[in-house]
Design a protein around this ligand. Structure first.
Ligand code: LER
Ligand code: MN
Length: 272
């Protein structure tokens, strides 16, 4: 398993679960100093992401890109894939498609988190899920055509009412025919929704594509009460070799959250 840490390039996410908010160059320098393998980047849009600059910075610090978040499409522009307005659904899809292209240049996936939206009247649940399935099949095929996968992240009940449990999301994904879509398992959302983290991960099985490595209180792993060894054991049993990415609140400060995360990562993933 590999370590990653988040950086947001979107000032509107202040107070959110992003460790670094001080720009790409500063985040990469700190991530490399602490010993992370990769950055997970939350850009404003594909057009506003300086890809040449990102490539230069990552190469300089010998870091990988773990993933690109697409949530700015929601935070900044209020786009979702399940909105009643077809023009908004279309713009949401194109916003994500462009970020898939950007991520693929780095061999990384894009993440669909808050851009999934939620079921809201007058849209029926079946209709919202049909739109979402169509978008995931289309965007997943697009990701595959670029040599990467697409990550779908089930969120807790306060952020969506589509799917909150990992097994429900995975079963639905298996049923819709979107072979290039993987599940992003965020341990913070799971702490709210799952009876037990390790069995939930096992139910997702080979569809686990990325992990948000956050403690029960969304602080760095080690600063909450999540029991981590069974989580790592479950991921090992799946031969999971992807990222444990710290999407956590920068408390008490960003450097402490980073230091705590990498210490926990090393402790918990050390050979058993
Ligand atoms: C995104 O990764 C996520 O977990 C959501 O809660 C949006 O912050
Ligand atoms: Mn997350």
């Amino acid at each position: 398993m590999k370590s990653a840490i988040t950086v947001s390039l979107v000032p509107e996410t202040a107070g959110g679960p992003f460790v670094f908010t001080s720009g790409l160059a500063d985040a990469a320098a700190r991530a490399a100093t602490f010993g992370f393998d990769a950055l997970e980047v939350f850009p404003r849009s594909a057009a506003e992401l300086d890809r040449a600059g990102l490539a230069r910075i990552l190469t300089h610090h010998r870091l990988q890109l773990a993933a690109l978040g697409t949530g700015a499409g929601w935070v900044v522009r209020k786009l979702t894939l399940t909105h009643v307005d077809p023009a908004i659904r279309r713009d949401a899809r194109e916003f994500i498609r462009a970020l898939i292209d950007a991520a693929a240049e780095f061999g990384a996936p894009a993440i669909i988190g808050s851009m999934q939206g939620r079921v809201e009247a007058p849209v029926a649940r079946e209709q919202a899920l049909a739109w979402f399935a169509d978008a995931l099949a289309d965007l997943g095929a697009h990701a595959a055509s670029r040599g990467t996968v697409l990550l779908y992240e089930p969120l807790n009940r306060y952020e969506t009412n589509l799917f909150n449990r990992q097994a429900d999301a995975a079963a639905w994904l298996r049923s819709i025919g979107a072979p290039a879509v993987r599940v992003l398992c965020d341990l913070f959302h799971m702490n709210i929704e799952e009876p037990d983290l390790a069995p939930a991960l096992r139910e997702v099985g080979p569809l686990v594509g990325h992990v948000h490595f956050a403690d029960s209180n969304r602080r760095a792993i080690g600063l909450g009460h999540t029991v981590v060894p069974p989580v790592i054991a479950a991921l090992r049993s799946l031969n999971y070799a992807g990222y444990l990415s710290a999407e956590v609140i920068p408390l008490p400060d960003a450097d402490t959250a980073a230091r705590e995360t990498i210490a926990s990562f090393r402790r918990f993933t050390a050979a058993p």
